[in-house]
Write a protein that binds this ligand. Structure first.
Ligand code: AMP
Length: 580
């Protein structure tokens, strides 16, 4: 007689959402979401401490927060990868620890179903999560006692769930993912079981919660009223309910200052117009990066609870001239996709024909110095190595050289982002190399270093720096502790805030011009970006020279480039700044 099989739990798929989290598994050829003992599949991503000191998670924590707003924390996903600290229950809590508590709850729900503790998980993150936020998510899983099988982008997971259930269809879809606190747009092609992400872009601090905040503010202004601080949680909750009602009906009513007030969808549209102005460029950028026009799309997949809002659907219809006809529950589709990915990781035969390719959603590069006039150099410029929307995994390298023949040490500062100056991008780590760089007789290629970036399927970056003269290599997985600033960085930030002496660069029209150039730079890739970079360099060099004629000429060239871009985008350029 053989021994009974010990109970086991498959790898679980977790959608760790800003507002709600879900857990799913891939079983018998199908993904399915799991419910807790109350039959609920959505667990609010909220942590709180009860009056008696007990730790609460999920619905209980959410309810407690409504009556005692200072007793816990919601929306901590927005702070992942930062040094944010919350104080409640007499203790301080980090976003990582709060996320770990929610992941622990997901683990517990899976255990309820399988009678065994899950060991590994596929966890979804917004496509726009940067390296530190992904690392923070991995650490949260480790704290919860879960090994991470794969980190997968939320819109990609949604597409995978869709592609899995419709393998025979060949189509180009736009995934419009508006969650509680993040917004991602992803373009993909699905054909014969291949799910190919072509471009992905987003805004990491924009989502359904901003709609609730905007409606709160609009109502407070309209009625010249503000809740007492202790009643703010309950007030916000009433507005949240009204917001949801407006997804199904033309108007909603709610109690404000003991009286019943009405809010219509038109009011809601007015209250949230500024948010839509922030969604628009993200959609345009994604289409542009994929080299597609809206007419080429076959359909739109809506993901995230906030995509239920009718004002959002109207926005999509206005922007893309079509409505979404894909019917998958926007709350569950990401978790289902995570479960399909878990099946792929476990080589489940049911998914043997599915192939998934994803992209790196940010540009990754290093900081470099530019040689200016008079033999001077200026640090702080971004040198891209991997362009955004390159298919992953990917490994790319570029050659750099030291600034001075006697230099024998370099610090490679790694950044991600779309801005031309590194101070406007996200620093994700640093690596230094000493020796073998200085000019010496007999040394071949002194001063040259090869910098290689390798970006894996989880969105984790490895950097390798090789001094070409000696072949000496330094490898480094970027692992900067979230939110930790060195003394030098703090000093640099303070120095930046010091009032600057009035240099032509700081005159308002020139600042505005450089800001606009920076904004357009972020929108472009490849040769157009390089061209703009060169034109901006010339303008900066002219500013540096303080020669007013040179400044005027360089400004005209830069303005003409910017005008060309805005005309092409069909966007009215801002009033051209007056020349200095
Ligand atoms: P997620 O991060 O996907 O859980 O996003 C949840 C967000 O969707 C929250 O901001 C909710 O307020 C919002 N949401 C959920 N259901 C609705 C609905 N029916 N109408 C409007 N917003 C909703």
């Amino acid at each position: 007689m053989s021994a009974p099989n010990p109970a086991s739990c498959p790898t679980i798929g977790i959608d760790l959402g800003t507002t709600n989290s879900l857990v799913a598994v891939f079983e018998n050829g199908q993904p399915r979401t799991l419910a807790n003992e109350f039959g609920e599949e959505l667990t609010p991503s909220v942590v709180a401490v009860a009056e008696d000191g007990q730790l609460l998670v999920g619905r209980a924590a959410k309810d407690r927060l409504i009556v005692a707003p200072g007793s816990g924390q919601a929306c901590f996903k927005r702070d992942m990868g930062t040094s944010a600290e919350y104080r409640f229950g007499g203790k301080s809590w980090s976003p990582i620890v709060c996320s770990a508590i929610v992941l622990g709850e997901m683990k517990r729900i899976a255990e309820l179903h399988f009678g065994a503790v899950p060991q590994r998980a596929v966890i979804t993150v917004p496509a726009y999560f940067h390296d530190q936020q992904r690392q923070a998510t991995i650490e949260a899983a480790q704290i919860a006692g879960l090994g991470v099988e794969r980190i997968i982008n939320e819109p990609t997971a949604a597409a995978l769930a869709y592609g899995y259930s419709n393998p025979e269809r060949e189509m180009r879809i736009l995934v419009f993912d508006l969650g509680g606190g993040t917004f991602d747009v992803t373009l993909l092609e699905i054909f014969e079981g291949v799910v190919e992400v072509q471009a992905s872009t987003g805004e990491s601090r924009l989502g359904g919660e901003d709609y609730t905040d905007a409606l709160c503010l609009w109502l407070e202004n309209r009625h010249q009223w503000q809740p007492q601080p202790a009643a703010r949680g309950a007030w916000r909750q009433r507005v949240e309910v009204a917001k949801r009602q407006l997804s199904a009906s033309e108007s909603a009513s709610l109690y404000l200052n003991d009286g019943l007030v009405q809010v219509t969808r038109e009011d809601f549209r007015e209250a949230t117009a500024a948010i839509h102005a922030r969604l628009r460029p993200v959609v345009a950028r994604c289409l542009r990066d994929a080299g597609l026009q809206a007419v080429a799309l076959d359909d739109i997949l809506l993901v995230g609870g906030a995509s239920r809002m009718l004002v959002v659907r109207d926005f999509i219809q206005d922007e893309l001239k079509r409505i979404s006809s894909l019917k998958i529950d926007p709350d569950r589709v990401v978790a289902l996709g995570a479960a399909v990915q878990a099946g792929l990781c476990a080589s489940d035969s049911a998914v043997a024909d599915i192939v998934l390719t994803d992209v790196c959603p940010h540009t990754l590069g290093i900081e470099m110095s530019k040689e200016l006039a008079y033999g001077q150099s200026e640090p702080g410029y971004f040198a891209p190595i991997i362009d955004r929307n390159t298919t992953v995994p990917v490994s790319r390298s570029k050659l750099f050289h030291t600034l001075h023949p006697q230099q024998d040490h370099i610090e490679v500062r790694v950044f991600q982002g779309e801005a031309r100056l590194t101070r406007d991008n996200q620093k994700i780590g640093e690596i230094s190399i000493t020796g073998g760089l200085r000019h010496q007789p007999g040394l071949h290629r002194p001063g040259e270093v090869d910098i290689r970036f390798s970006y894996d399927m989880n969105g984790i970056l490895e950097v390798e720096v090789t001094a070409l003269a000696t072949g000496k290599k330094q490898s480094h997985v970027i692992e900067q502790r979230p939110g930790c600033l060195s003394q030098r960085e703090i000093q640099a930030a303070i120095a930046r805030l010091q009032p600057l002496k009035l240099h032509p660069r700081d005159l308002l029209p020139n600042r505005a011009r450089l800001e606009r150039a920076g904004r357009v730079y972020a929108e472009l890739v490849g040769p157009a970006r390089e061209h703009l970079n060169a034109v901006t360099d010339q303008f900066e060099a002219a500013l540096e020279s303080r020669d007013s004629l040179a400044i005027k000429q360089a400004a005209a060239v830069l303005d003409s480039f910017l005008r060309g871009f805005f005309e092409h985008e069909g966007e009215a350029p801002a009033e051209p700044p007056a020349s200095p």
